[in-house]
Design a protein around this ligand. Structure first.
Ligand code: MLT
Length: 248
């Protein structure tokens, strides 16, 4: 166990809007968008997608489409007309995507990735890769920030609970410390939710939004831990899997 002085930081930023207040101090930024961007990204890599290019705008997505890429685009939970798919994890589990490089643009998640990338190493976090990600993070000996994508710069519960799980795990290793109240609050939310995450999020805003779009299967997938044990990291403009093996 490290002494208080040598412990690395694990903190939580509730929304991209608050990111400028945190961004100077962290070497690794875990971008989280549980419903659904980062869960879809983990599902894609778990299905054998080679790389995924996250873009912020529909114009950028169109440019890639013109170059012949398969492109997913989502706004307000819906597939953007003219694109190959949206943001459902199930769209990325198709055999024809294995070994391919795909492009994705979403309302919040891919924007957060692009906001974070100037400040540190971007890693993708979701409930679906929780255990393997926590283990990998615990071995990095770096200051880590969990950036919750939220909804249009607002706080959301599911990303905060995922960030709280990561914070709880890393602090319990004895090698990390949290000082911000946002990190403590995220940890407490995770501890209250962990035995029934689906039930805890029943009234949450984006769960309701997706339920109204008949996306219940997506909600269940995204809120079930460890279905896609992969660690996508940003390398230049592309997400790729980390090279090293992680054993749990
Ligand atoms: C996003 O990036 O805003 C979300 O993943 C929205 C969605 O559920 O499609």
């Amino acid at each position: 166990m490290n002494t208080k002085e040598t412990r690395k930081k694990i903190e939580v930023c509730f929304s991209p809007y608050l990111f400028p207040l945190f961004k100077e101090e962290f070497e690794i930024i875990v971008v989280i968008d549980v419903l659904r961007a980062t869960s879809a990204i983990c599902a894609a890599f778990n299905n054998g997608v080679e790389s995924l290019i996250p873009v912020s705008t529909i114009d950028e997505a169109l440019e890639y489409q013109k170059k012949g890429y398969l492109v997913g685009a989502e706004r307000q939970g819906k597939i953007v007309e003219g694109f190959d798919f949206g943001n459902s994890p199930y769209s990325y589990m198709k055999p024809e995507l294995k070994g391919k490089s795909v492009v994705l643009s979403t309302t919040n998640g891919t924007k957060s990735i692009n906001i974070a990338k100037e400040s540190g190493q971007v890693v993708i976090g979701a409930l679906s890769n929780l255990d393997v990600l926590q283990k990998w993070l615990s071995e990095q000996d770096k200051n880590i920030l969990c950036l919750c994508s939220g909804w249009q710069n607002k706080f959301n519960l599911e990303d905060t609970i995922c960030a709280g799980a990561i914070t709880d795990y890393l602090v319990n290793t004895g090698n990390f410390r949290s000082e911000e109240d946002s990190s403590i609050a995220a940890k407490y939310l995770f501890l209250s939710a962990k035995d029934n995450i689906l039930g805890y999020l029943k009234a949450s805003s984006h769960r309701r939004r997706l339920k109204n779009l008949n996306l219940n299967e997506d909600i269940k997938y995204c809120l079930t831990p460890n279905l896609a044990p992969v660690i996508p990291v940003l390398n230049g403009d592309k997400l790729e899997l980390v090279k090293e093996e992680v054993s749990l």
